[in-house]
Design a protein around this ligand. Structure first.
Ligand code: URA
Length: 456
């Protein structure tokens, strides 16, 4: 079938034969189908959806567009985590060292920022000289030596997704359950892992805005994992407001260091990042249970919390940074790097009497984008120092003129538009006289084909 025939078939809402879809995806990965035809197909698939057979065929074709890695040289159950993407979601930076320091090997292949959401790779690369472009051999060696490695997609791993992901980012075709599921699972299945934990985000700042959509994505992802023989557990977590205080590149790394140094602060206290730790420890518990070092996720969570308190988890992050060419001393005194950035403080407007009632994660993500923390176009360079730190989150008392956030960007960066970032950030806040109530951040857990409605 020609690309135009496939586009017509999907445009008209018909299902493809699995073989036709596999050939089309493989041909695009090889460069035999141009991006403009793939873009048209992506939009048709976005609008008309894919059946579960098509989703499986898409995932298989993307997985097989490169190598499926063999990590058997590293003993133990290799477990990774993937988030469907949010604002301020720096959890991978904390989680991988926590889990690895507890004895479960974590081979993590991460992505770049997509749309308004940040990407782990862009954040990691804000650590001076740290390399995320290791060869597959170096990736395997580091995993065997340290039990942790965090890199970007290589040419060998799901190259089809690499091209599609970049194209979807700039063609408004990201927020689709089958396209997201194929993208995530092809990368994860090619990584050589034995088990997977997913953080499926739900809310205004997530790609899945509603709970039914997010549940469907979790079920689709876990179903693909089960079909491929890779045990997969999904947590459903809320992404209406940003996670933690920092959004952007270096600001999120600095916040992760705080978390790993156990400088989290009590929930509700000024500057608290207890929400980041809640999500991190819940996911860590699942990974330690899947990795066979904890009897269940609850016990795993306790073990993970101990690794943070003892400093083992932070030590593991430093080891990894050093092994990947970065300078660990920068992480021991993160404030020095933060101070290299140009800053602007955003103050509460005259109407801000009482409490910060609401904070739209999407608006905060867009403010970080305006500072240069992500890409508005495929070719944009990201600014490693760009981002922001929130001084007020929903529930905090506030009065006019109080600092709401500090914005950061490299001095003179051509990407940074502080005025636009301020406008977007102020637009994301709302204020109320009464202190608002909050629904729980951890919403549900999906494992072995069922929602188990955990108490955390
Ligand atoms: N994360 C991915 O890896 N792919 C998507 O499509 C969306 C989020």
């Amino acid at each position: 079938m020609s690309p135009a025939d496939l586009i017509t078939e999907k445009r008209d809402g018909r299902a493809h034969a699995a073989g036709h879809l596999r050939d089309f995806v493989a041909a695009h990965a090889r460069g035999d189908v141009p991006d403009y035809q793939m873009s048209a197909w992506l939009m048709a698939a976005f609008l008309n959806g894919l059946t579960s057979e098509e989703t499986t065929a898409l995932t298989e074709a993307m997985t097989r567009s490169g190598d499926v890695l063999d990590l058997s040289a590293t003993p133990g159950t290799k477990v990774d985590k993937h988030s469907t993407g949010g604002v301020g979601d720096k959890v991978s930076l904390l989680l991988a060292p926590v889990v690895a320091s507890c004895g479960v090997p974590v081979p993590m292949i991460s992505g770049r920022g997509l749309g308004h959401t940040g990407g782990t790779l862009d954040k990691l690369e804000s650590i001076p000289r740290l390399r995320t472009d290791l060869s597959v051999e170096a990736y395997k060696r580091q995993l065997a030596d340290l039990g942790i490695v965090m890199i970007g997609q290589t040419d060998e791993i799901a190259p089809a997704d690499r091209k599609l992901y970049a194209l979807r980012d700039v063609t408004a075709t990201v927020e689709s359950v089958p396209l997201i599921a194929g993208s995530i699972m092809s990368k994860k299945l090619a990584e050589g892992i034995d088990a997977l934990v997913l953080d499926v985000k739900c809310g205004r700042g997530a790609f899945m805005k509603t709970e039914p959509q997010a549940r469907r994505l979790a079920e689709t992802l876990a179903g693909i994992g089960a079909e491929a023989g890779t045990p997969t557990v999904a947590l459903l977590t809320r992404m209406d407001a940003p996670l933690g205080r920092a959004a952007g590149n270096w600001p999120e790394v600095a916040e992760s260091v705080r978390g790993l140094r156990n400088e989290t602060g009590d929930p509700g206290s000024a500057g608290s990042i207890a929400d980041v730790m809640d999500v991190t420890l819940a996911l860590a518990g699942e990974m330690l249970a899947l990795g066979g070092v904890a009897p269940d996720a609850g016990a795993g969570r306790e073990q993970a919390a101990r690794a943070v308190r003892s400093g083992d988890a932070f030590g593991k992050l430093l080891e990894m940074v050093e092994a990947q060419g970065g300078d660990p001393s920068v992480l021991e005194a993160p404030g020095a790097r933060t101070q290299q950035a140009a800053t602007r403080v955003v103050e509460a407007p005259p109407a801000a009497q009482g409490y910060a009632a609401d904070l739209d994660a999407m608006g905060v993500g867009r403010a970080a984008l305006a500072l240069g923390a992500g890409r508005e176009q495929m070719s944009d360079d990201v600014d490693p120092l760009a981002g922001l730190v929130l001084h007020k989150k929903p529930g905090a008392s506030v009065r006019p003129g109080a600092p709401l956030a500090t914005l950061y960007a490299t001095e003179g960066s051509p990407r940074a538009d502080f005025d636009e970032a301020k406008r977007r950030l102020l637009g994301a806040f709302s204020f109320a006289k009464e202190q608002p109530d909050f629904p729980a951040l951890l919403m549900d857990r999906y494992a072995e084909g069922a929602w188990t409605g955990e108490e955390w």
